[in-house]
Design a protein around this ligand. Sequence first.
Ligand code: UDP
Length: 406
Amino acid sequence: MIDIKKYEHITGKSAIDELYFLGEKLKGKKVKNINSTAVGGGVAEILTKMGPLMKQVGVDASWDVIKGDQKFFVVTKKIHNALHGKQEPFSAEDFDYFSQTARENAKSMDLSADIMFVHDPQPIMLVEKREELKNKWIWRCHVDITEARDEVYRFLRNYISFYDSCVFSAPSFSKKDITIPQVMICPSIDPLSDKNRELEKEEIDKVFEKFGIDRSRPVITQISRFDYLKDPLGVIKVYKLVKKYNDCQLILAGGGATDDPEGMKVYEEVKESAGNDKDIHILLLPQDDLLINALQRGSDIILQKSLKEGFGLTVSEALWKEKPVIASAVGGIPLQITHKYGGLLTYSIDGTAYYLKQLLNEPAYAAQLAKNGKEHVKNNFLITRHLREYLLLFLSVYNKEDVVYF
Ligand code: UDP
């Protein structure tokens, strides 16, 4: 059971008092989160923890998930990829099917909360009900849309304009042609959750023994859904380059998300690319936070070699565990890593391999990066800061003049 007072030893008492103060101002208001999956990926990860914390400070928070069949999620995955800049072939039928599914959901869902907090493009069209319900609507975009394909962006923009405000994870994601208030709020990790809490050495050892991974040699790990945009194939190339010089092992671990139909295909390709190298461990995991926690804590270096990223929660998760992290300078990752201070940012396979070799050869440097990185996460990316900003956001839709514009 989440107890907000337990965060005081990390944040200080006044930060928690402020959350109660803000929560009090929202007393009696119902806030409903809506997204497209209850399990898998960063959005579900945050919602699982955020709802109970909101309730603790007095907000009547709930969470619901839209329903869709395989065909709908194939379209939404194409939308996701196109928002990240990928050329995707769309037909008129794709948009029709998207709209039809949204309207079916709108008929069966209770959308009458005072504030409807809609996450990402999949449920965006539910806002059509706003005119009838006369409540407040906020769209929370977790995707980096800076290079979004025009056709998809224009389609979504029609709906964005019906919201009271929208939220992005980084200032660079904002758009000049969006006329409603745009607010920047970074995602966060929960330091007390099973995903991130301290673990006993035995708990970590047990997980590594279970998978037959030898910790006497360096372990390099990337935790991600099997998704092309996380570049697991690129990670294997990095490992192969480094392996010529440094003995090490690679873990690529991830499960699926119910709204991601591509996962198994990518997983099979990754397995094929790994071949029969016994030092590459491709782990298809069930949803198990303690397992992820142990894998991150038991690894020597964490990679996040994404080609595109919304925020990249796995980076903060690893830094919080005081691990040296090498990650691509995409999406929200540069907010989490100050290059050569709290981790290393890279742009290519060769660059990642170069830094990986450096960290393997210079453990003291790696440890210093990890220490600085942890401090940065403590100051900026914990869920208590995130909750404070969400409470202020909810208040802002009732007091529009207080909204902080980009
Ligand atoms: N995650 C997990 N199990 C997995 C793979 C990922 O619990 O098998 C978690 C990961 O620890 C992180 C979230 O899912 O909390 C992924 O969020 P991120 O922002 O890194 O990427 P997204 O999947 O949202 O693109």
